[in-house]
Design a protein around this ligand. Structure first.
Ligand SMILES: Cc1cc2nc3c(=O)[nH]c(=O)nc-3n(C[C@H](O)[C@H](O)[C@H](O)COP(=O)(O)O)c2cc1C
Length: 181
């Protein structure tokens, strides 16, 4: 099973660390993984031309083109983002916008998310919960099979790595991604 991780943090912080832990846990169980850090890619902003509605392709010739092929050949996609002002980062949002040409083409692929935010509290009322719900809605829009998510309270780099059961949380999500029990 091929798992493609997409990290939408503009820094090497908690989200990237969590994505790497998750990829490692998935590899350990037999998955083949690749992690793309959007901050290191030349992926331009969706220019809103809407030509992809007709052509099912994006006219912008940048590194999103190779990413389309990777998404198409993956069995599962994991999207990770910090929470910025109650929303995903602009890197993660632009990635979702640039996914438009794949609309209707990736139905049934497995999907999971990793969301980081500094606010604690009950799930569903924190802003982190809003990003988690938004990613769930996006999975619905693309008719992906949403298998689970990881929502982590962390602010400064290395905060997530100090959470006592974080490895277990990554292991649990890895089993869901691979459909193992
Ligand atoms: C511009 C900006 C806006 C932020 N807005 C929120 C927010 O609305 N809610 C929240 O819980 N954390 C917010 N944070 C904190 C980040 O989500 C937190 O630092 C997170 O760990 C960043 O992930 P990273 O370590 O992968 O970069 C914000 C951080 C920045 C830089």
């Amino acid at each position: 099973m091929k798992i493609l991780g997409i990290c939408g943090s503009p820094r090497k912080g908690n989200t990237e660390w969590l994505m790497r832990e998750l990829m490692r846990a998935t590899e350990k169980r037999g998955g083949k993984t690749e992690l793309i850090t959007l901050k290191d890619k030349n992926i331009k902003i969706c220019d809103g031309c809407l030509s992809c509605e007709k052509t099912s392709a994006c006219h912008i010739k940048d590194e999103m083109q190779e990413t389309y092929n990777k998404i198409l050949s993956a069995d599962a996609v994991v999207l990770g983002s910090p929470t910025y002002m109650d929303a995903p980062t602009s890197l993660a949002m632009n990635f979702i916008h640039r996914m438009y040409p794949l609309y209707g083409k990736i139905k049934g692929k497995r999907f999971a998310s990793v969301v980081v935010g500094q606010v604690g509290g009950q799930e569903g009322i924190t802003s982190r919960g809003k990003v988690e719900d938004y990613f769930k809605a996006i999975a619905g829009l693309f008719e992906l099979d949403h298998v689970g998510s990881l929502s982590v309270a962390a602010r400064d780099p290395n905060d997530a790595s100090k959470i006592t059961d974080i490895e277990e949380q990554c292991e649990n999500l890895a089993t869901k991604i691979l459909n193992q029990s």
